[in-house]
Design a binder for this molecule. Structure first.
Ligand SMILES: O=C(C1CCC1)N1C[C@@H]2C[C@H]3C[C@@H](O)[C@@H](O)[C@]2(C1)O3
Length: 130
């Protein structure tokens, strides 16, 4: 009903705000757009579910997420993919992994600090009702 759409509208505002703040953080520039498959031809052989911040934003606008948990599951692919594809000891890989870990920690800190548990519970009730 209308109240449910009001909740989901507020969810999308919250998720857009998080995603835009992450996209503005210079540490996370490599995560803002999909990995360029022309530049990295074997990427899709290694990484089964590519994800990036611009795709998160598109998904939000397409009403893909009904809970914060669903959003976090996709956001987690961004840093997990980076750790998986860039495992080597060279400085480039290490720098990417450091930023991937910073992204993981930053998403979790924002949600811990800014998500009301009761709000997420209301979103989960809506999800289960659909
Ligand atoms: O995994 C990634 C992104 C970094 C976080 C996501 N890439 C795979 C390639 C390996 C490494 C070097 C560049 O060739 C560049 O193409 C990529 C992009 O970084």
């Amino acid at each position: 009903e209308e109240q449910e759409e009001d909740v989901l509208r507020e969810l999308r505002l919250f998720l857009r705000n998080i995603t835009e703040r992450l996209s503005l953080d210079r540490r996370f520039k490599a995560f803002t757009k999909p990995v360029d498959i022309e530049e990295v031809p074997d990427y899709l052989m290694v990484i089964k579910k590519p994800m990036d911040l611009s795709t998160l934003l598109t998904n939000i606008d397409q009403h893909k997420y009904v809970t914060v948990g669903e959003f976090m599951a996709d956001a987690d692919f961004i840093w997990k993919n980076a750790l998986e594809y860039n495992p080597d000891s060279d400085p480039m890989d290490r720098n990417i992994r450091h930023r991937a870990c910073a992204l993981k920690d930053t998403v979790r800190a924002i949600i811990r600090d800014e998500l009301d548990e009761d709000f997420e519970r209301v979103c989960e009730e809506i999800r289960e009702s659909r």
